[in-house]
Design a protein around this ligand. Structure first.
Ligand code: DP6
Length: 409
């Protein structure tokens, strides 16, 4: 960025994460402090990522933001909190290091452009990748250090877990100022090379109740949620860390499914109740259990967030067979050639027994597509200047509205 004419630009990417011990409920909604710790797997950016360019220049008149090519409201309170905290971290660093001749003036205005290569608000944790990417990019632009997870958390709780790769825990902390509510890597993405993730996209519609509003109603009304946070999650966190460390898929898979089910039970226990799972989600759940029963072991594990899409964890050697089972159960209607996306999937021949025990009453078209991915690293700085989303004048380039590659239209 140094020596560039016009503005200084930095471009970074950040990943999506999927929780296996769910975060649901805040004890402080201003600072975004959770009522329980949570644990997630960071997904590979080859398949799902947010890319953000931040530019700073004394010529800019005001802070501006573009999301997927459209100018967006930069006054959003959570966004403002992140900008303020990043400027504060940058100032702290500058005043702390004598003789630092950082070229950037913190009073100069920012232009920010961000794109997702997957549908926004489709239940694929776009806010997590988005805020993680914003905070990481600003840190690189300002040369700020300090715990970025504390800042990303204030954009969207789950965003703090997208700042590391592999397996990441967000410790709830105890302090009222949130200084100890931070995300930490449990194990890097290289720890469990056989682990695979299949995202079964059942709908790309906007979700009915957003997680922020939904979890607040749950905190206010669900006794089950209170019990979960106090009596269930602490032990599950410790167990989940152990299963991951030992690469114990049986334990990891079972606990992942149980925790997803308990999260959705707290949604049903919320008053009025919230329903994120649909008939298709429930069919996927039943299918996974039939598949595991047939094999006499936990071969696949599902988890669902605040939407109907299923995320399936499995091991490399099971992918081909399970994908074939999903294809037979939910035959693609129109997009046969785009039904499988991401990492390659090989052909599989299903035995008669498997077929008759597991594939019941196919529902054509219920699953739009399957995205095959795996755990991946945390945010990355892009060194290639041709990848900036903003031009030297600080305005969006065509790439800033890039259509999602791999997303069927
Ligand atoms: C179901 O992080 O989106 O995906 O902090 O209000 O922005 P806010 O909520 P958000 O909630 C995510 C909820 C979840 C579970 C999880 O990711 O742990």
């Amino acid at each position: 960025m140094a020596g560039e004419q016009g503005c200084c630009r930095v471009t970074c990417t950040a990943p999506v994460n999927i929780a296996v011990i769910k975060y649901w409920g805040k004890r402080d909604s201003e600072l975004i402090l959770p009522i329980n710790s949570s644990l997630s797997v960071t997904l590979n950016q080859d398949q799902l990522k947010t890319t953000t360019t931040a530019a700073i220049s004394r010529d800019f008149k005001e802070d501006r933001l573009w999301l997927n090519g459209e100018e967006a409201d930069i006054t959003h309170p959570r966004l403002q909190n992140c900008l303020r905290e990043m400027r504060r971290l940058a100032r702290k660093r500058r005043s702390g290091s004598e003789g630092d001749t950082a070229p950037l003036n913190l009073t100069h205005k920012l232009h920010i452009a961000s794109v997702n290569n997957f549908p926004t608000a489709a239940g694929l944790a776009s806010s997590a990748a988005g805020y993680a990417c914003l905070v990481y990019t600003l840190a690189r632009l300002y040369g700020a250090d300090g715990d970025l997870s504390e800042v990303a958390r204030q954009g969207s709780g789950s965003a703090c877990r997208s700042l590391s790769g592999g397996f990441v825990q967000w410790l709830m902390g105890e302090r009222p100022d949130g200084k100890d509510s931070v995300a930490q890597q449990v194990m890097p993405e290289t720890h469990w090379p056989q682990l695979r993730v299949l995202i079964l996209v059942v709908s790309a519609e906007k979700k009915p109740v957003g997680s922020t509003a939904g979890m607040q109603t749950s905190v206010d009304t669900s006794p089950l949620l209170k019990h979960r946070a106090e009596a269930v999650v602490p032990e599950r966190m410790a167990q989940m860390v152990r299963f991951i460390q030992q690469r114990d898929f049986e334990g990891f898979g079972q606990l992942t499914m149980q925790d997803s089910n308990q999260f959705h039970a707290t949604c049903l226990d919320t008053f009025p109740p919230i329903f994120y799972l649909t008939d298709v989600s429930r069919r996927v759940i039943a299918l996974a259990h039939r598949f595991n029963t047939h094999h006499g072991a936990t071969k696949v594990a599902y988890t669902f967030d605040a939407g109907p899409n299923a995320v399936i964890f499995t091991l490399e050697d099971t992918v081909d067979e399970f994908v074939e089972v999903v294809k037979r159960s939910f035959p693609p209607e129109s997009n046969g050639d785009q039904f499988l996306q991401g990492l390659p999937v090989g052909p599989a021949v299903l035995s008669e027994e498997l077929q008759s025990a597991v594939v019941l009453e196919p529902v054509p078209g219920a699953i739009r597509y399957i995205l095959h991915t795996q755990p991946g690293p945390g945010p990355q700085l892009l060194e290639d200047p041709s990848l900036h989303l903003l031009g030297p004048d600080g305005l969006p380039l065509r790439s800033a509205s890039a259509a999602a590659p791999g997303e069927p239209r």
